[in-house]
Design a protein around this ligand. Structure first.
Ligand code: OAD
Length: 266
């Protein structure tokens, strides 16, 4: 990253009245949370992406819950890093100045809220919420393990064979229906209200900051051209270039835990 790029990006942000932010797994990497397409995106012989599907759930809900239970266990001792914290402090400063701010995240880990961000749109849902496949009721659930049967399960080792959890081991709603993770899987629709909030923020913002996303999953990745067409300045923070880089005005190369504190410092 050149000092010129940093200076220009800082100037663009301070000149923007409305700011929107899109984050992806990369912002949590320095907290020790594996990204999807990076080296940590494997669990046993599965790509994390193959288990985040309605097909995997239809085939073997016990295995899908073993995977999500493992992810919840991994998250339980993780804390926000300097990148999350810089965004939360930035939001607080903008709020004081009466400048609108929206943080749109593809992450399901909840670390933005732990850092103190308050206006967060969760495009892909949350690891800490469950939804009944029977009655549709959604609720917060922080149980680790998700049911007593899952105690000690979830070993990610490549040669581990699953425990073969059956219907009796699955977590259940008060109505008796099975609950699933309230995350958006591949091939599923995002919630209308979240989509609307995200695309409105992108259309109306003067600056969009895109952090730690490979920008290959739609509709989230579509926020970048949408903001650009709406006249926003777009700033990308990533270790590498992405398909979004072609749209951006400033690309800051580096770990978000180092770049964001400098970019967003008062
Ligand atoms: P990916 O794993 O696809 O991409 C992570 C991005 O973060 C890559 O572009 C990395 O270069 C970058 N990165 C890694 N470490 C970084 C760091 N310390 N600082 C800055 N950048 C860093 O994750 P996402 O783009 O979030 O969806 O993936 C999008 C969606 O695909 C996810 O929300 C998930 C997945 O399938 C669902 O589960 C529905």
């Amino acid at each position: 990253m050149t000092t010129t790029a940093m200076g220009e990006a800082r100037a663009a942000l301070s000149g923007a009245r409305r700011v929107a932010v899109l984050t992806g797994a990369g912002i949590s990497a320095e907290s020790g949370v594996p990204t999807f397409r990076g080296a940590g995106g494997l669990w046993r012989r599965f790509s994390a992406l193959d288990l985040a599907t309605p097909e995997a759930w239809a085939d073997d809900p016990g295995l899908v819950w073993e995977f999500y239970d493992y992810r919840r266990r991994v998250m339980a001792d993780k804390a926000p890093n300097a990148g999350h914290q810089a965004l939360a402090a930035f939001e607080a400063r903008l709020a004081e100045a009466g400048r609108p701010f929206t943080l749109v995240t593809q992450n399901v880990d909840g670390l933005h809220e732990v850092a103190g961000s308050s206006r967060v749109v969760h495009l892909h849902g949350s690891l800490w919420r469950v939804r009944c496949v029977g009655c549709g009721r959604e609720s917060e659930n922080r149980d680790v393990p998700i049911t007593p049967a899952y105690e000690g399960a979830g070993d990610p080792g490549a040669d581990v064979v699953g425990r073969g959890f059956g219907p009796e081991d699955l977590p259940r709603c008060g109505c008796g229906g099975v609950v699933r993770p309230a995350v958006v899987w591949f091939g599923e629709s995002l919630r209308d209200e979240d989509l609307r909030a995200a695309f409105t923020a992108a259309a109306e913002c003067d600056a969009l900051l895109v952090v730690g996303t490979s920008a290959v999953v739609y509709p989230a990745a579509g926020l970048v051209p949408h903001a650009k067409r709406g006249g926003a300045v777009v700033i990308e923070v990533n270790l590498e270039e992405t398909p979004a880089t072609a749209w951006v005005d400033h690309h800051l190369t580096g770990p978000s835990g180092e770049v964001l504190p400098e970019l967003l410092a008062p």
